[in-house]
Design a protein around this ligand. Sequence first.
Ligand SMILES: [Zn+2]
Length: 413
Amino acid sequence: MTGVFADLAGQDAVVAQLSKAAAAAQGGPGGYGGAGSPPVIGGGLGGVVPPGQAQHSAMTHAWLFTGPPGSGRSVAARSFAAALLCPSGGCGDCASCRQVQAGTHADLMLIRPEGLSYGVKQTRDLVLRAAGAPTGGRWRVVLFEDADRCTEQAANALLKAIEEPAPRTVWLLCAPSAEDLVPTIRSRCRVVTLVVPASSAVANVLVTRDGIDPARALAAARAAQGHVGRARRLAVDPSAAARRADVLRVPLEATSLGPALALAASLVKTAEEEAKAVTEELDEPERDSLRKAFGEGSTGKGVAKAMRGMAGAMKDLEDRQKSRATRVKRDTLDQALLDLAVFYRDVLMVQLGADVELANADRDADLRRLAAATSPESTLRRIQAVMRCRDRLPLNVAPLLAVEEMTLSLAEA
Ligand SMILES: [Zn+2]
């Protein structure tokens, strides 16, 4: 399997469903269902094809991605967004596909509730912006993560948008299960149900696609909790593996004030370095193509004027790059915290004698040492401290402060 769906291991039914929809969507709103079909998604009233109707189009304007945490709801939704926006239906390689993966595509709106819930004003603004025409391609895609965190009024605003869809807007909602959304929204969405891929399925992809040694692939698949892209990075990129090793030093070394503060500083620094590597790779080519678009290096009438115009556009671009850098930094740190939480969960499983597959089976000795030295209650408190830190980071708390508070709690728990 190649292209944008390559990261969806063990989700064959979902991939088949989405590929079919993306192929049907290739022609744009007027294009699918055959030439000359009306510019209404799905071909039914309000764009929704009633269940069981014979002319059931593969494409529709509202999708609901469900599945347990870690099953890749947002990965699936993002892959689908890439397939809809890519000129060749989701190659995974072109500028459009890369921008979708980086979250910088102009026709992709990524929405993630920042607090505990998503408010009505935010949703109304979103609905207005979503209704705009696509800037480049055929579609404007709104990817709404954690749609279950909408407040009731926000859900009503969202419902309106889905009931009376803008012709070129596609909504992709993500929630743990269909029951997490009000029935009125749920019934207007095509539901995509993900399953948690078995570590063996993920490992299998790494072995067959990337030629990775089976034992290493399985350890990486377990560590990555079913996330193929991350499993691959852990298996092939020594610096990713080293960063994970750094993170997992925390449970063993955060035993008193001094080390706790030092570990917090190093956690934040490591995340910043990783984020910097990721964003730098994206930033320079973007600045480069902007300069080319404004004709830098050419001479003649009008060039000087164009160059003055470029200064403004460059500033806009740099502002966007800056906010992306902040986001990547936060996501990277969040991933590190998730690794920590999963490590403590493994410790708890050992303490409780539960017979489950451990994500950190490759660190069995560390797990058992910590399990023997601490109580299940303190492990639970540590998991809570990590989760509290994850909740605080999106609230504009200085990362170092939030992480220090966490490592201090880990040392005390
Ligand atoms: Zn592409």
